[in-house]
Structures are given as C-alpha cells and as structure tokens.
Design a protein around this ligand. Structure first.
Ligand code: G6P
Length: 614
C-alpha cells in the first residue's frame, strides 16, 4: 500500500527514484511523485495522477537535477487519486517535503488545530497534516528537522513509514516507521531507503530494516544513525540481501504474472530444498524443531491470513487436520482481530502472508501473542514485519513476487503448509512412517509435475478465447479442491474484472445453481480423490441446467471426460498434493482471459500487492 523511495549521495537522484518507483509499483499505482533538492537550493516537487510512467512523461521537460530526493507511488486512502493528493507533500513554506506510506488516524484533530493556527492545506490527504505539523513544530520551536519529526510523531496515532527532506540540509533524509515497512540500503558515500529492498538491491546488498518507533538519520557522508522517540540511540543490525536484480526482471516474459506462473517448477524446488531429504524419507522444517513442545501439546491451531494467503491457509487446515488430528480454524485476520477470540498458551496461531506486512495479519498475531498463544509465521519476504513478530516460522523462499495477483507464492505457501503438517504428524505420531515416506517421495516430483502441467499452456490459451466475454463464472470444488475453487475465482476477478464465485460444490444446490444457464461457465476442480464420485454428480447437476463445464481432472479420467464440455488433464498426485497441481491451470486461464480483454494483469485496477492499511 504505497511505496516510498529515497536517495542521498552523488548520483542523479531522479533516475534512482524513478527506477525504484517502478519496482514498488506493485504496492499502488494511483499516482506518483518525486521531490528533489535542486543544486539551486529549492525543493522541486513533481507529481502526476496514474502510473509511474505518467510521472516520467510529465517530468520530461522539468528540472530534475539534484542528488538527494524522495519519491512515492500511491494507493489512495484519504482523498481521491489526483495530482493534488499525490505525494510528496510540501510544507506551506516549501521548506520541507514528505512522503508517507500508512494512515494517520487522528489526522482530523491535528488538521483542525493546524488550521486554527493559520495553516493552509492544499490536499485532502492525511499525509499533508504530518508535513504541516512537522513544519509548524520546526518553526515555532526553532528546532532541527529530526527534533520536529520526533515531536510530530509523538502526536500521531496511526501507521507510517515516512521520508522527509529539508531545503536547508540537502545531504540528509529523515525517515521513520511504525507498522509500515522501511528498509535502508548502505552504500559507499550514498544511502537508499525504500518500502522494501527491491529498489535497493541493484546498488548495495547491505541493508538495515528500521524497527517500529525508530527514526533514521540517513546522510551522504555520515554513518546511519537510528534513534527512538525518546531520543535514545538504537542499535544498527546490518543484514545482507539474498536475492539478485535478475529476479526482479521479466526475463523475456510479457508480464510478471506469466513469468511467476512459469517459475513455479523452480520456486517449488527452492521451497523444498533442504527440507525434503533422503529421497523424501526425512522432512525437516527448522521452525517446527524450534517449537517442538508447542506443536506436540497444541490443543488447537488457528491460521490467520488475508486474500490468497487465506485460501492457502484453508488448504493448510485440511492438511493439518488430516495428517495431525489437531482441530484447525482458519480466520480472516481482519475479522479475527476484532472478534474477541478466546486464546490461551496451548493455542498455536499460524500467520500466512506473502509480503509479511499485511496490517491485519500483523495486528492479529500481535494480539495472539499478548493473549499467550504461540505464534508461527509463514512468509516470503525475508526480514519483513510478520516474521520479526513471531515466535518461530518458515520462509517459503519463492523469490520476489511482483505480479499483484499471487501465483508462485500461493503454491509455495501450500507446499510449506504441507511440509509443516507432515513434520507435525511425524512429531505427534499421527501418521505412519510409510505414509509419510510415500508423500515425501511424491513431493520431490512436484516441480516436474508442475512443469508437465505448464505444458497445457497452449490448450488453456485456446480455451480462454471461448470464455473471454462471459459475465459470470462459477468455480466449484470439494475437500482439498474447494479452496482451489476459491483461489481460481479470485484470480479471475482480480485481473479480468469478471464476476466469479468459488463455492463448495455441494453447496451449489443452496443458491448458485439458480444462476446456472447456457451463458454461465462453471469451472469444476475434480481430481481423482476420495470425493470424485460426489463431484461427478455435481458436474451432472450443472449440465442438466445447460451450463457449460470446464473440468480440471486427473490424467486418464473416464467419467467426467464424457460429461464436461472441456477437460484439462493434470498429472496424478496424492490427494493432499492436488491443490498445487490443479491451481496452475486456473492461474493460466485467468491470465489469458484478462489478456484477451486487454487488461493490465500485473497492475489490476484498485488493487495493491501489499496491504499495509486496515
Ligand atoms: C493483497 C494482495 C493479495 C494477497 C493479500 C494478502 O490483497 O493483492 O495477492 O494475497 O494482499 O497479502 P499477504 O502479503 O499477507 O499474503
């Protein structure tokens, strides 16, 4: 939700900032802007509604010289997307400029007080309140920028990652965070800052993840300094980035989404590397070993997540209940945190989050920890907030996911949940060695099965042409395939804007069946599992209403092949591994339908990849 970038050094700041904004565009793309301290001593601010490319176009004939600057790509919360509401925001006297990711909850009270003191506002944003407040404190108390930022943040309620520049001190950026991510890159005679490390990795691998309530003094010639709101210096923990710039490029694919779909054989191999050993006879999930007693004694597991991660979590429920015989609940983090949940120290709460930054998921686990529950995290982004706020956890290691519609992170999450369930089952003795070994051996083959599934690409592309102009889609599945149906429907609506609903196949009779007619395609996920015969009935129920059926079936399927209009055959795998395989054709189907409709699949309207606001 909004991306911020900053640079201080000797290079041309504008180029670094624009490149950085492109890398962060997945976080929001309503509007964008830059503020650069020009050699003449003023701060030039340029902003434009729309994507970063609009801003670039707008800046073509502008003076963008300068080697210190901040920039922003916005996902609107307060105030519509417009040039005026875009960041950076100036203080009234144009002495300072600020970018912000997050929300200032008490902005109204602060704004009213500032207006009473004669302050004039240019925008409808909560952010402008912060910059005006900082300037008000700075001029009235005659203090330094960092002192004014500190005092302003003491008055602010909400979430923020901010970066502020000052006309009078062109070689320094003041940055701060609370509940919104902020990373600082340390170079030689230059420093970078950003909402995540993707704009930084090209220049340096040495980064510092700023913690909540810390203020960073980011200078060209001075070492990085971190202080808290009480003015105490805090320690600096430099980490080394483990991904490379090539992982952030499209690598010959037209879109990140397609690249990420096709990367899945590799990402799944990375995800299981070192975790499935001895030919599948040994499953090592280090996080589980660290939390042995907790998983041995857990009376209940609650999984909290949002969006696609919630769908992966639902598969996790089926896996853990089946394999470990522990009751599992899956909650939307946004509901869980306000539901007054009953928790104690024998509950294990698992947070699943690709970004590791989703505000609701983060708040849910903070609450669970306060209530005494043990918290385990499953994330992709190393060093992000959720893994830093859990008792233990596991990374999915699928590399940076840039496409807003999650694909490789979903299959990585399901894979880690599978390994987690197997490791806990082994600990608790709820599955025999033989059963575990059999699944372990198949897991090693999963990257190849996914590769084989991707060979259906052309068939699915052709199929997509038939359904591009459907107005509604229904996705049905049972058991492990029910969350796959939910995820398939979400993928389609996210990027093609076609209304799609995922439903448990049998529940169709209690409502959605009324919608079925010759105009409405139904996608049925029907691998050869223990519910196969039941879902055959559901296919027949749709066909009896003249609905058109696209079925995802296991290779060699006999029955559904004769009833459905179109079948997509995927490799035969054990039931618990089917979601990883059956979700792949659904990713491709939604991708091609959206492409046929001319939609921007990597940046669908109104969405953002990382939702760091409530
Ligand atoms: C946004 C993204 C989704 C993602 C969800 C949860 O809605 O567009 O792709 O599934 O947030 O994000 P997380 O990073 O917590 O998995």
């Amino acid at each position: 939700m909004c991306g911020i970038v900053g640079y201080v050094g000797d290079r041309n700041a504008y180029e670094i900032l624009i490149k950085g904004l492109h890398r962060l565009e997945y976080r929001g793309y309503d509007s964008a802007g830059v503020a650069i301290v020009s050699p003449s001593g003023r701060i030039n601010v340029y902003k434009s509604r729309g994507k970063v490319s609009n801003l670039e176009h707008y800046c073509k004939d502008k003076d963008t010289a300068g080697s210190t600057g901040i920039a922003h790509t916005r996902w609107a919360t307060h105030g519509e997307p417009s040039d005026r509401n875009a960041h950076p925001h100036y203080s009234e006297d144009e002495e300072i400029a600020l970018v912000h990711n997050g929300t200032i909850e008490n902005y109204k009270v602060l704004k009213d007080a500032l207006i009473q003191n004669g302050c004039k506002f240019q925008s409808e944003t909560d952010t402008e309140v912060l910059v005006q407040l900082i300037e008000y404190i700075r001029t009235n108390n005659d203090c330094s920028l960092v002192e004014a930022v500190k005092e302003a943040l003491r008055q602010v309620v909400g979430a923020y990652a901010i970066a502020v520049i000052e006309k009078g001190h062109p070689d320094t950026i003041i940055a701060a965070r609370k509940s919104s991510p902020l990373v600082i890159g340390i170079g030689e005679g230059e420093m970078f800052l950003a909402s995540d490390a993707t704009p930084i990795v090209e220049y340096t691998k040495d980064v510092v993840y700023v913690k909540d309530n810390e203020i960073a003094i980011v200078s060209k010639n001075e070492p990085l300094k971190l202080v808290n709101l009480n003015n105490e210096e805090t320690s600096i923990d430099v980490k080394t980035l483990e991904f490379s710039i090539s992982q952030l490029e499209k690598g010959g694919y037209p879109h990140f989404m397609l690249k990420e779909i096709f990367e899945q054989p590799t990402t799944l191999r990375d995800c299981i590397r070192g975790r499935v050993v001895e030919g599948g006879k040994n499953i090592i999930v280090s996080g589980v070993l660290d939390s042995k007693d907790k998983f041995l004694n857990a009376k209940r597991i609650i999984i909290v997540a949002c969006g696609t991660s919630w769908h992966a979590s639902l598969i996790g429920k089926y896996l853990i209940q089946d394999m470990c015989r522990i009751p599992v609940e899956v909650e939307y983090a946004s509901e869980f945190r306000y539901s007054n949940p009953v928790l104690d120290e024998r509950d294990v709460v698992i947070a699943v989050s690709q970004s590791g930054e989703t505000a609701d998921t983060l708040a849910a686990i903070q609450m669970a920890r306060e209530a005494g529950a043990y918290v385990y995290g499953i994330s992709n982004v190393v060093g992000s907030s959720i893994p830093r706020n859990t008792d233990s956890g596991t990374y999915i290691h699928v590399g940076p996911e840039i496409g807003v519609a999650s694909t490789k992170a979903f299959t990585g999450q399901v894979m880690v949940l599978t390994l987690l369930a197997m490791a806990i089952a082994d600990l608790r003795g709820t599955m025999s060695k033989e059963e575990l070994d059999k699944i372990g051996a198949e897991i090693i083959r999963i990257p190849d099965y996914v590769k084989q599934t991707l060979e259906l690409n052309e068939q699915i592309e052709r199929l997509s042409l038939i359904f591009t102009y459907a107005h509604n889609f229904l996705y049905l599945g049972r058991g492990y395939s029910y969350p796959v149906a939910l995820e398939g429907a979400l993928k389609l609506k996210e990027i093609s804007y076609i209304h799609a609903e995922g439903y448990p196949a049998a529940e169709m009779k209690h409502g959605p069946i009324a919608l079925i007619d010759a105009e409405m395609p139904t996608v049925i996920i029907a691998p050869n599992d223990h519910l196969y015969e039941k879902i055959v009935n559901n296919v027949q129920q749709v066909k009896a209403r003249h609905g058109s059926v696209i079925a995802i079936v296991t290779e060699g399927d006999k029955e559904i092949k004769n009833i459905a209009d179109y079948v997509i055959e995927v490799p035969d795998v054990p039931e618990c591994l089917t979601p990883i395989i059956t979700s792949v054709p659904l990713q491709l189907l939604s991708y091609y339908i959206a492409i046929n409709k001319g939609k921007n699949v990597d940046m669908p309207r109104n969405l953002a990849k990382s939702v760091t606001v409530e």
